[in-house]
Design a protein around this ligand. Structure first.
Ligand SMILES: [Zn+2]
Length: 313
């Protein structure tokens, strides 16, 4: 892929998802049976992470050959296909949630730890491309685990195409993995931008406002609605900054800037504990760690929005 390097966490997934091949059951079975296949075990949606070889070198995803799973790879194991890496090796994620304590018992004992993806991304001690693959693995397993039954008739559905489709055995409905769009935005007015905070966040931490898109809405309309609902701000234009896969459990964050027409804040829907306008200078100094605000972690697209604003967007 010839896209430029993207600073957004969970972007830059390097795999060839082989969408034109994975529908062929024989091909997929052959890839899974192949000695070159690499599988990451995921326990309750947390991937296996291997320790550093030497201090400072960073940790690795627990990509294992099929044989390393022993009898924990069962005929009914939930397995999703992730894609082919640049060496053509097929990568899969396997759910091992049935195990009670895989770090201390069974075939994965002593190999490493099963770590929550959000925590892994916050620590950031593995390559970004690997974190992007884990985001895909988490999103895919999560969706398949929550969609074992047909939304149309309630009967059990069956996994197809490596997890990219489920088919209902009773009514033949097809179901596809969902991505739920969320708009996240900074309203700007001259040299100020609008930020808010929710109850329970770390003290003094502020971030961009956000909300789920609704059916029948454009991105621009969702941005305008959310800013009106949460802060009473009217806007007159929206520009797009970037998107972030956010598999908690299945969102796509759509990062935008919005030019505000009004400045008076009116927190209507109780979603926010506080909202305020802050200057570009305060955003810049806070991003540098010596300003008046707590800012979101670097892994959040809100961080990239505030960074872009600090740089003059
Ligand atoms: Zn059905």
């Amino acid at each position: 892929m010839a896209l430029p390097e993207n600073p957004i966490m969970f972007a830059n997934n390097p795999l060839d998802r082989a969408g034109h091949l994975r529908g062929d059951e024989q091909w997929l079975a052959g890839q899974f049976a192949s000695d070159t296949a690499l599988l990451v075990p995921m326990w309750r949606l947390a991937p296996l992470v291997l320790p550093e070889i030497a201090p400072g070198e960073g940790r690795d995803v627990g990509w294992l050959p099929r044989a390393a799973f022993g009898d924990q790879l069962r005929p009914d194991s939930l397995v999703v296909f992730l894609g082919l890496n640049r060496r053509g090796k097929p990568l899969f994620a396997v759910d091992i949630s049935h195990m009670s304590n895989p770090e201390d018992m069974g075939p994965f004992k002593g190999l490493g730890v099963f770590e929550d993806l959000r925590a892994l991304a916050a620590i950031g001690d593995m390559p970004r491309t690997e974190l992007a693959i884990l985001a895909q693995a988490k999103g895919m397993l999560d969706w398949n685990m929550r969609h074992g039954f047909c939304a149309q008739c309630g009967q059990a559905s069956e996994i197809k195409e490596g997890g990219y489709k489920r088919i209902c055995g009773a009514c033949q409905s097809e179901h596809f993995p969902r991505t739920d769009p969320v708009v996240i935005m900074l309203a700007t007015h001259g040299d100020d931008c609008l930020i808010g905070r929710q109850k329970g966040w770390p003290e003094n931490m502020f971030s961009a406002l956000a909300g789920f898109m609704e059916p029948g809405e454009t991105i621009e309309e969702a941005v305008a609605r959310e800013l009106m609902e949460e802060a009473g701000i009217e806007i007159n234009s929206v520009s797009y900054i970037g998107t972030q896969p956010w598999p908690f459990p299945g969102s796509l964050m759509i990062g935008c800037m919005a030019e505000a027409q009004t400045r008076e804040i009116n927190m209507g829907d109780d979603e926010l504990e506080d909202a305020k306008w802050v200057s570009r200078a305060d955003v810049q100094s806070s991003m540098a760690g010596n300003g008046p605000l707590g800012v979101p972690p670097e892994m959040a697209i809100a961080f990239q929005l505030m960074k872009a604003f600090g740089k003059g967007r």
